[in-house]
Design a protein around this ligand. Structure first.
Ligand SMILES: Cc1cc2nc3c(=O)[nH]c(=O)nc-3n(C[C@H](O)[C@H](O)[C@H](O)COP(=O)(O)OP(=O)(O)OC[C@H]3O[C@@H](n4cnc5c(N)ncnc54)[C@H](O)[C@@H]3O)c2cc1C
Length: 238
């Protein structure tokens, strides 16, 4: 396993609680849209075993041609040791990234694509949307639906509806509106539905989609293949 140590080159305050850390691209490091990586802080591999409290999965919110690796995360006042350290980091300091992989590349199968996300889950979709806006080949259209109760919506210059490019972006701030809209979107029985958020959020979305007649193979999750069956079944307790 190759560990890439790299420097923070910029810190963007996206909203009062959300920051994007832009990292230099190490030589030889590449990725595709929808990738996540292991993002680790100094000292994570100092002991015999990796220190998990200094490592988090994070999506890469940029595309390679942007020349920086973007990591977007919410840091609340009450936060973990990891985020407490991260909050105090500055441009020029080093972090490590390793084991980078995309479970959710943009499928170009002449279908309508629906991107369903909660909060910073939108970070996973930013590179998919950029990739589509640059080259729409074999994608009919994209519709993004994001729920964020803070109402501080992310990446709004990119996530702005562009009818000429067949891109629609919707933000909502409450669950009622969100799930009503998911049901409307699920009227498209041929669509591809990508879902990113907490495991509880994934399960609720999957339940709604399956109930509406969407098939498990039409639902894309940022999970390893072997984890998918546990999620892609209807939760009968609903
Ligand atoms: C494939 C994948 C991709 C991911 N991509 C991203 C991504 O792009 N961006 C991202 O942000 N996350 C991403 N995650 C989730 C990420 O790995 C972390 O699990 C998540 O950010 C939570 O971080 P944390 O554990 O440091 O907790 P925190 O975010 O610090 O805390 C989680 C919650 O617990 C509360 N809390 C924490 N500590 C305390 C405390 N001491 N007292 C009281 N309350 C507390 C916080 O207020 C918060 O509500 C991804 C996960 C996976 C599996």
């Amino acid at each position: 396993m190759q560990i890439y140590w790299t420097k923070i080159n910029k810190i963007i305050d996206e909203t009062p609680e959300v920051k994007t850390y832009m990292l230099d691209c190490p030589e030889g490091f590449t990725w595709e849209e929808g990738s996540h990586t292991h993002f680790a802080l100094e000292g994570f591999n100092a002991g015999e075993k990796p220190n998990r409290s200094l490592i988090r999965h994070m999506s890469i919110t940029t595309l390679p041609h942007e020349n920086s690796i973007g990591i977007t995360t919410r840091i609340k006042e009450q936060c973990s040791e990891f985020k407490t350290i991260l909050r105090n980091m500055e441009v020029g300091q080093e972090v490590a990234i390793f084991k980078t992989h995309s479970n959710v590349p943009l499928k170009r199968e002449d279908k309508n694509v629906y991107l369903l996300s909660a909060g910073v889950g939108l970070a996973t979709f930013r590179p998919l949307v950029l990739d589509y806006l640059e080259r729409a080949d074999n994608v009919n259209q994209i519709h993004s639906l994001n729920i964020d109760s803070t109402k501080d919506f992310l990446f709004t210059p990119i996530f702005e509806s562009a009818p000429d490019k067949k891109f629609t972006s919707q933000f909502v701030d409450n669950r009622k509106d969100y799930y009503e809209e998911v049901k409307n979107l699920a009227a498209d029985k041929e669509g591809l539905f990508y879902v990113v958020g907490s495991d509880e959020f994934l399960q609720q979305n999957i339940d709604v989609l399956l109930e509406q007649g969407i098939k498990p193979e039409q639902i894309m999750l940022d999970k390893h293949k072997q984890q998918l069956p546990a999620f892609l079944t209807l939760n009968v307790s609903m």
